[in-house]
Design a protein around this ligand. Structure first.
Ligand code: SF4
Ligand code: SF4
Ligand code: FES
Length: 264
């Protein structure tokens, strides 16, 4: 092995394997590419564009882990290209970069994530309380803090990509919103000012019946890949499941629903 490959400082040559193709098919292409100290994988993809593959397609914007657009898979793990430091890999390791597997390829590393926008539109928005005017809303700090964690989401959709319910199961996509949007339902359901139930919308029931909460078997894979460190499973999905189960097995809720149904 050359000194360039094994030295601990300065530039070295890395072995990259990048998926290239389009919806009709494609494959992995090998590159030797220079790496400098402090660089991230997105820097290397940009160097490939500048030196060897000018038509290599990649989506990116902020290069700061905030826009959520550079999502891809590195050595099979869903990651942000701009937040993955080259220093986490062994210098002799082959680094394989592929598009997110859970979504259709547009070209090279770019995928069509419109599935997620469609799911976002299916989630009913916050319902404002009728008795309060804007500006009169008051919340406990702990309620603010609880939903603040979910608000850190940058919509990179890495959690959606990794979730096994849809990753290799296109047939589940119509019935399953995915962790990012089940988390959104959980956020709204625990919002103290959301007036959905007064307006006749049972968020827990729709999470189960319309958005596939029951498909989630709390493997926590979504949490593991979230670049914002949001505890999607522990803080959103499990509490939502618990509240949905409480609702189902609470005798008062059961009785209330029977009476309501008889009146209808
Ligand atoms: S915890 Fe649920 S939503 Fe998250 S990856 Fe596992 S099955 Fe999917
Ligand atoms: S919850 Fe995390 S992984 Fe999922 S879209 Fe938001 S930031 Fe990305
Ligand atoms: S380029 Fe914006 S998150 Fe990576």
């Amino acid at each position: 092995m050359s000194e360039q490959q094994t030295g601990q400082s300065g530039a070295y040559q890395a072995h990259f394997r990048v998926w290239r193709g389009d919806p009709d098919g494609g494959g992995l292409t090998d590159f030797r590419v220079e790496v400098h100290e402090g660089e991230v994988v997105l820097d290397i993809v940009h160097r490939l564009q500048a030196t060897q593959a000018p038509d290599l397609a990649v989506r990116w914007n902020c290069k700061a882990g905030k826009c959520g657009s550079c999502s891809a898979e590195i050595n099979g793990r869903p990651r942000l290209l701009c937040m993955t430091r080259m220093s986490v890999f062994d210098r002799a390791e082959t680094i394989t970069v592929t598009p997110m597997r859970g979504f259709p390829v547009v070209r090279d590393l770019v995928t069509d994530v419109s599935f997620n926008y469609a799911k976002a539109r299916e989630i009913p928005a916050f319902v404002p309380p009728e008795e309060l005017a804007p500006g009169e809303y008051r919340m406990q700090q702990e309620d603010v803090s609880r939903s603040q964690e979910f608000r850190k989401c940058i919509e990179c959709f890495l959690c959606q990509d990794t979730c096994h319910v849809v990753r290799d199961h296109e047939e589940n996509k119509s019935a399953f919103a995915g962790p990012r949007f089940l988390m959104r339902i959980a956020e709204l359901d625990m919002h103290p000012l959301d007036a959905a139930s007064a307006a006749g919308l049972d968020r827990k029931r729709t999470a189960q019946d319309a958005h596939g909460l029951g498909y989630c078997n709390i493997t926590k894979c979504c949490t593991e890949v979230c670049p914002e460190g949001i505890k999607i499973t522990d803080n959103a999905l499990i509490p939502l499941k618990e509240r949905a189960a409480d609702r189902k097995y609470d005798p008062l809720v059961w009785l209330g629903s029977k009476i309501r149904r008889r009146k209808e």
